[in-house]
Design a protein around this ligand. Structure first.
Ligand code: SAM
Length: 249
């Protein structure tokens, strides 16, 4: 996803000296290229190992304008109101619980006139990630009562509700369909193995499937999906559509 992260950042108006928060930043797929464009970047993620990996990558690349820190998108208590020119969250904040709180926190820390840009997977979309999540959920035990699916961040009317609930006028919220490309230097089946080992929703699905003897069936369904959608003749290259949300605070 590194190339698509870099390409996305190139087209969202980043300039030198901007204050940027990357929320649910992982190890910096978007935070690093934003910092390379000269913005001052804080990456916040709930996973300590990814925060450490991000800080290591920033240090290796000599990016003193980029820091990663642990934090929870539902409560950014260490961040003051109206701090950032841009809050970016690419497939990040959508995975936090309490989406209404997440919207309020993103709006709170954005400067008036600043922007929030989210990348969110779209429920029932025919492309890769929505299909991985759909297949995985069929093998995973049902979530606890009251659980709100992260995929609801891919429904435009729901996103409007959440941000208007956080005080943003509806005409300041816009949407485009955008694309990330997943490139992997191996076969689609080997790429499925990476998801099995490292991607939370697929890890959970395999854990449950292994307990009831359905792991091989899950592996087969995913391999068929990846193979069908692969556009590369040598390795694996699969496009995935997402909803890019832009909010002006
Ligand atoms: C699919 S990854 C995307 C990472 C990164 N934005 C990227 O594009 O590579 C989702 C990230 O959201 C983080 N995350 C999940 N829940 C969170 C929360 N409540 N607060 C902050 N980060 C969270 C995860 O730890 C993970 O790094």
């Amino acid at each position: 996803m590194r190339e698509s992260g870099e390409a996305l950042v190139q087209r969202i108006g980043i300039h030198k000296g901007m204050q940027v928060l990357d929320l649910g930043c992982g190890d910096g797929t978007t935070a690093l290229p934003v910092a390379r464009l000269g913005a001052n970047v804080l990456g916040v993620d709930i996973a300590r190992n990814l925060v450490e990996a991000g800080n290591k990558r920033a240090a290796e690349q000599g990016l003193s304008n980029l820091k990663f820190r642990e934090g929870d998108a539902t409560n950014l208590e260490r961040l003051a109101d109206r701090t950032f020119d841009l809050v970016i969250s690419i497939f990040g904040a959508m995975f936090a619980p309490k989406p209404a709180e997440v919207a309020k926190e993103m709006v709170r820390v954005t400067k008036p006139g600043g922007r929030i840009i989210m990348g969110n997977w779209i429920p029932n979309d025919p492309t890769l990630v929505a299909q991985i999540l759909k297949i995985s959920s069929a093998y995973t035990p049902p979530p606890p009562e009251g659980f709100i699916s992260p995929m609801t961040w891919g429904i435009e009317s729901t996103v409007v509700e959440r941000f208007t609930g956080a005080g943003v006028p509806a005409d300041k919220i816009s949407f485009v369909r955008d694309e990330f490309i997943f490139n992997y230097p191996g076969t689609p089946s080997a790429f499925v193995d990476q998801f099995r080992k490292f991607y939370g929703p697929t890890m959970n699905a395999f854990e449950a499937a292994e307990k009831n003897g359905k792991a091989a069936q899950l592996q087969k369904e995913l391999e068929e999906l990846f193979t069908r959608q692969n556009q590369s003749g040598s390795g694996t290259s699969i496009p995935a559509t997402f909803l890019r949300v832009t909010v002006t605070a």
